[in-house]
Write a protein that binds this ligand. Sequence first.
Ligand SMILES: Cc1cc2nc3c(=O)[nH]c(=O)nc-3n(C[C@H](O)[C@H](O)[C@H](O)COP(=O)(O)OP(=O)(O)OC[C@H]3O[C@@H](n4cnc5c(N)ncnc54)[C@H](O)[C@@H]3O)c2cc1C
Length: 316
Amino acid sequence: MTAAAAKMTLIERLPKVKGRLREQAAMDKVTWFQVGGPADVLYKPDDAEDLAHFLKNTPVDIPLFTLGVGSNLLVRDSGFRGVVIRLGRKFVEMSVETGNRLRVGAGALDLNVARFAAENGLAGAEFLSGVPGSIGGALRMNAGAYGSEVKDILLSATAYDRDGNCHELTAADMGFSYRHCEIPKDWIFTEAVFQLQPDDPAKITNRMNEIAKRREDSQPIKSRTGGSTFANPDGARAWELVDAVGARGLKIGNAQISEKHCNFLINTGGATAADLEAVAEEARRRVFEKFDTLLRWEIVRLGEVDLKAKEEAGQV
Ligand SMILES: Cc1cc2nc3c(=O)[nH]c(=O)nc-3n(C[C@H](O)[C@H](O)[C@H](O)COP(=O)(O)OP(=O)(O)OC[C@H]3O[C@@H](n4cnc5c(N)ncnc54)[C@H](O)[C@@H]3O)c2cc1C
């Protein structure tokens, strides 16, 4: 960074864009957990061209993070020193293409995509109705539920790299594995094409209704949560391990491991991100101690750890 750049605020260092740039954007308002400090800047690109221009012209030392709808994200209390990018209205379009294909913007909600597919008599995307995220998040996390995952239906995806170059990716390019893809973390997905199969809309809707019922019975879907906290390790289920170490219902401050499903973390009201992280870490520590298994966080954590606050809370 030059001396002149060092004197400028972050927003002053960003290129002029067609979309919106907002300083001190509250992240607790846009994530499911409803915790976390602000992002320095929130950028909502107007369209893909605007996004490419922003990426090309943003100095490389400025950290960027792409937000979906924050259903798998824990923003730390210190917030994020950089720019959070959130795809806006131009990225939610959906259309049916020949060959039973569905083209969808990465900002579209998974549920809306599943409903759109059902209305058009296209089967295979029902599982998306059980994932409360966006298509961008679903691509990044290889989202899945009830035996299906994005990997099974993805034909291709479009992504922009940190330099603003557009990439057309095949499903094989994505390098999907369980709740993971190999695409560099700073690439931004803007679109996906799914390969589906024709079926009776009523039958597809019935299957979606079954999924909704199963979720309601087994997950705390009305809580401030972030989905599965830990990925299932090989040959085991994270929730069973957490349960076996007596962490079901464990509380630190207003953060709790759900009684209903103990791989879900809950902000019972007024929790800090530090408390949520600490209660999960305690379960992780116990699982490691008892089973010699180190659980991998599935929830994405954003921002720096506030070591001073942790020390004051006796957590280090
Ligand atoms: C009640 C509940 C139930 C859940 N059930 C399931 C389930 O059954 N199965 C499942 O798989 N998940 C589940 N989840 C987790 C979550 O919904 C999924 O991981 C979802 O795919 C995340 O999407 P999002 O848009 O919210 O992403 P975010 O949480 O906003 O972000 C998650 C990650 O995706 C990246 N990302 C988001 N958008 C883009 C983009 N356009 N380009 C590049 N990267 C991007 C982010 O940078 C981050 O790394 C659940 C969550 C909740 C709260």
